[in-house]
Write a protein that binds this ligand. Structure first.
Ligand SMILES: [Zn+2]
Length: 293
């Protein structure tokens, strides 16, 4: 067996690589200027709103799960709702947390099966796991999926009983599967037998990338990208991990950032964009586009 590299060393190595990468990708990250074009037949957003806002969370670990209710409360206090994607076979998912989230109008989704990076290793592995993922989708009453580490194979995802997937991004050269969709609009992925699911690319940089890998100490880059997506009428889709959020105290470890970054972002939305955005759970955004697009 290979000796495990300590998490702190792994992060330092990834920070070093990300910094080198940064110089080469600034022409297409955080904004890829080609991704703002509206698709043909685009219906616009409900209630005449100029852009959509979709808040999502991937709960990668048991530690992340422990922070879910604090994160839910933070959003709820400010009037926001979001979806939480849980990993079915990595930690014991909590029935109480599910109940609390659903009672309060939040959404539950499925985040891979066990988050080991092997979901797409072969067609056989994928099919075996797809059967289990379908079981959890049904048990949880979930209609949405996101792959761990944003690995993706949009064709294979037709094996899942989903209404939408959100494992892609308009532009994110720091991801292991770095091919972006080049659009800030959701789009349909048609299957061989007439079925289709909605692909919802995330469009703001992920928290881990921004605050841990690139060590940003402000949310300026989130604000900048938000302004660009809003101006182009797209979907602002954000993925914040409860695993990396430090509530109340100053984060001491390199892999945490203050939860005030996220609450400041939500307050910025209220202060500068009130009335302009359609806040939607991904399942509701999918329902809307199924009837209009
Ligand atoms: Zn994850």
């Amino acid at each position: 067996m290979k000796p495990a590299i300590p998490r702190s060393v792994q992060i330092s190595m990834r920070q070093f690589v990300a910094e080198l990468q940064l110089k080469r990708v600034l022409d297409r990250w955080p904004i890829d200027p080609t991704s703002g074009k509206k698709p043909d037949g685009w219906p616009g957003w409900p209630e005449g709103k100029s852009f959509a806002l979709v808040l999502t969370h991937d709960v990668d670990t048991a530690t992340g799960q422990e922070n879910c209710i604090k994160l839910k409360d933070l959003e709820q206090r400010l009037g926001f709702r979001s979806s939480f994607n849980f990993v079915p076979e990595r930690y014991d998912v909590s029935a109480e947390i599910f109940e609390d989230l659903m009672e309060n109008g939040f959404e539950i989704g499925v985040h891979g099966l066990n988050h080991d990076g092997k979901l797409y290793n072969s067609r056989r592995i994928f099919l075996e796991r797809a059967a289990k993922i379908n079981h959890y989708l049904k048990e949880w009453g979930a209609v949405g999926f996101r792959s761990p580490s944003m690995h993706h194979n949009l064709e294979w995802l037709h094996e899942l009983n989903i209404e939408y997937d959100s494992s892609t991004f308009d532009t994110d050269p720091f991801e292991p599967y770095s091919d972006g969709t080049n659009t800030i609009f959701p789009f349909w992925v048609n299957g061989p037998s007439g079925q289709k699911y909605l692909e919802i690319p995330y469009t703001l940089p992920q928290d881990f990338c921004l605050f841990i890998l690139l060590k940003h100490k402000t949310i300026d880059l989130w604000k900048e990208k938000l302004a660009w997506v809003a101006c182009n009428g797209g979907a602002v889709v954000l993925n914040v991990h409860p695993d990396y959020l430090a509530f109340h105290n100053c984060p001491r470890k390199a892999e945490f950032y203050p939860s005030s970054f996220y609450s400041d972002f939500l307050k910025h939305l209220i202060e500068c964009y009130r009335g302009q955005y359609w806040m939607a759970l991904p399942k509701d955004l999918t329902k809307y586009l199924r009837s209009t697009f």
